[in-house]
Write a protein that binds this ligand. Structure first.
Ligand code: TRP
Length: 452
């Protein structure tokens, strides 16, 4: 982010910078780690199809809404609602988002810690094998070792704190811009290698031939939650990034581009993992362990596999840190713009809070594994509360805010750049979906998933 001469606030300087930053928020562990394991846990292609529908009918319209709300108010995610609807309680949308961010960061930073640990393990080469039990033991050994899990997570948090205080976010933007295409290219290579394993087609069928017998209310809710998580919605990440958007940026087009690019990365990750799962006899429903157990086995089958595996985990770590920046930005912006706390201090306060909260997730498979609620450890509980409860509720309230307060005129004016883009016909259609279809879908899926 560089300061724009037009305002005292920071902002993204070029159209490409806006796109890169927004894509940087969306693409992360959600694509490479969460999408494959949730698809594997929930039966494959049927889940994928529902996730695609949720992305189109809930994710895309909400992304457009959040970004345009942010740009119209140009302030933090709580301030947006105080500015656009003064004297009302709509700011609660921002506050709920803040709670979700803290829960997400708690487990997200633990997983980025695992990725860091796997960079180390890749360098030493011990995991470059197709030996299933060795790969399972390696992962199990990491998550059940409190010192390792905490150490790597704290390193991640320290790094994120340093990046933000030193104002290197422009640097990270520049780096991500170059690394993103590399990650993309490498994923294509890994997918090709996985597809060449004998028996790979079974994985392709799993990913693309829907079996609807596995679909129930819970699966629908998980697909909805993934759509929110993937596009960084329902917490204020897109709202705060929207507040840094250039005035002349085409928001609907940027959102569509980000959605399509993000889906492509997820599909590539799926094509890298599922062929290997079936070819080598892994369990597709291995949960959060899936990526860490199967990917090394694919690299073991590739020429230059050792080197490429190191590059893979390094690029994944970068993508994950890029996404984390948009999460941390929510509390930092709120502390800075609401409470007038200096940015550097706000950053370290946030990092400190995350060291505490994050430890709960990092220790959830070891020291704290006995702390359970509803059959979930703290890691799973934080994931459940954010993706399946708070984010959909915040999304629903955002739809209602647009419907009741902003109304069609406000939404259309903001997203057409006051008419300059000549897209008002399209925007009326988006408004209809956003205020009728989207909220109805969220409400139905939540009721069905939680009560059914
Ligand atoms: N979308 C990112 C990913 O897929 C994670 C992320 C960044 C996020 N900001 C968010 C998730 C806000 C939910 C809400 O890895």
């Amino acid at each position: 982010m560089s300061s724009s001469p037009a305002s005292a606030r920071d902002g993204f300087s070029s159209g490409f910078g806006v796109l890169a930053a927004t894509l940087g928020s969306a693409v992360g562990l959600g694509n490479i780690w969460m999408f494959p394991y949730q698809t594997g846990n929930n039966g494959g292609a049927g889940f994928l199809l529902i996730y695609l529908l949720a992305t189109l009918l809930v994710g895309l319209p909400l992304m457009i809404a959040e970004i345009s709300l942010g740009r119209s108010a140009r302030t933090d995610p709580v301030g947006v609602y105080r500015k656009l609807a003064p004297g009302t309680l709509w700011w609660i949308i921002g506050a709920l988002g803040l709670v979700s961010v803290l829960l997400i960061m708690s487990f997200y930073s633990a997983v980025v810690g695992w990725v860091f640990a796997y960079v180390g393990k890749s360098v030493s080469g011990g995991i470059l094998t197709q030996d299933r039990s060795l790969l399972e033991q390696t992962f199990g050994g990491l998550v059940s070792n409190p010192a390792a899990a905490l150490g790597w997570q704290w390193l991640v948090l320290l790094l994120v704190g340093i990046i933000i205080t030193f104002g290197v976010s422009r640097g990270i933007e520049a780096v991500t811009k170059r690394l993103m295409p590399l990650l993309f290219g490498l994923l294509v290579l890994v997918a090709l290698a996985a597809l060449m394993l004998p028996g790979a087609m079974e994985g392709v069928r799993f990913l693309f031939l829907p079996d609807f017998s596995r679909i129930d209310g819970q699966v629908l809710l998980k697909a909805l939650g993934l759509a929110f998580f993937k596009l960084s919605l329902g917490v204020g990440s897109m709202t705060i990034y929207g507040s840094y958007f250039r005035q002349q940026q085409n928001i609907p087009r940027t959102a569509l581009t980000v959605m399509l690019a993000d889906l492509t990365v997820s599909m590539l990750a799926g094509l890298a993992i599922f062929p290997a799962v079936f070819a080598l006899g892994f369990n597709p429903a291995s949960g959060p362990a899936l990526l860490f157990q199967t990917i090394p086995a694919v690299f073991a089958s590739m020429p230059l596999g050792h080197l490429l595996m190191i590059v893979f985990f390094v690029l994944t770590a970068f993508a994950a840190i890029g996404a984390m920046l948009s999460l941390v930005e929510v509390p930092v912006a709120i502390l800075h713009e609401r409470l007038r706390i200096e940015r550097a201090r706000a950053t370290w306060l946030t990092v400190l809070a995350l060291v505490g909260l994050g430890s709960l997730s990092a220790l959830s498979s070891s020291t704290l594994s006995h702390v359970q609620l509803g059959g979930m450890n703290l890691f799973d509980l934080f994931d459940f509360l954010s993706s399946k409860l708070l984010m959909p509720i915040t999304g629903l309230l955002t739809c209602l805010f647009v419907l009741l307060r902003w109304k069609q005129a406000g939404f259309v004016a903001a997203n057409s750049n006051e008419g300059a883009l000549h897209n008002t016909g399209l925007l009326r259609a988006v408004f209809t979906i956003l205020t009728k279809v989207t909220p109805l879908l969220i409400l139905t899926v939540m009721l069905y998933g939680l009560l059914g």
